[in-house]
Ligand binder design. Sequence first.
Ligand code: MF3
Ligand code: CO
Ligand code: CO
Length: 280
Amino acid sequence: MSGVQIMNARMLEGMRRACQLAADTLLMVGEHLRPGMRTDEIDKLVHDYTVEHGAWPSPLNYNGFPKSVCTSVNEVVCHGIPGPQKLKEGDIVNVDVTSYLPKTDGYHGDTSATFYVGEVSEEARHVTEVSRQCLELGISVVKAGARIGDIGAAIQEFAEAQGCGVVRDYVGHGIGREFHTAPQIPHYGAAGSGKRLKGGMVFTIEPMINAGHWACKVDQDEWTVRTADGSLSAQFEHTILVTGAGSEVLTARKALLRQSEDRPFAKLGPKSCPASLTGT
Ligand code: MF3
Ligand code: CO
Ligand code: CO
């Protein structure tokens, strides 16, 4: 007994529904996002959409979190609290949606993405695209029999080759009837280390990637996490089911995310770090 839940078909049915709602919510946010919007307008959109679909926004009142979604702008790494802050042209903002769907036995689905507010700097684009690709790379090594450390190793190797830092203080997590449960999924580490993955395990992969050093600090509000060096930070998150063949992305989207995935970008090579980040 590893202590990690193995989900059966019925549980997975509930997970798929909660995860699909979270994915649809993120698509909806992309339709509405624009410069000048306050982050608490995003919160209202997410709250209302979630409730209209018979669900509850998991962040609301979770360990005292005061809002229905996390909105993390620029150097905010994660857990940004929506408020009066207006998004301005050139900002990047991560929107992290978690939906709890009580009608299918009560499962949580967790997914996030970083959006571009208008035109952004080369550096903002770089850290965002590195984090997007880090999530894809992490997912690509998931398979029954692989080890948890394989995920972090794939992510860390790529991010650091791109001149970016991988946040260590916050990790991916098991998810199901609870929001955060075993196992922990670090986004750094050594291949071949850690517990073996088994078919039916469900967890998130959610690399937080900094344009500078990986170190973080937490604001006095005890939620808002910022890069210690003030550098930009970006994140993408999916909820993943381990299968024998590889994985199923439970929070996969039905369409491209507006203000993010619809921006054409060159697939990053193994080492395509802009000079502004390497200092060369
Ligand atoms: N959704 C975040 C995660 O990916 C957790 C947010 S906790 C909250 O794990 F309380 F800030 F909402
Ligand atoms: Co999340
Ligand atoms: Co998560």
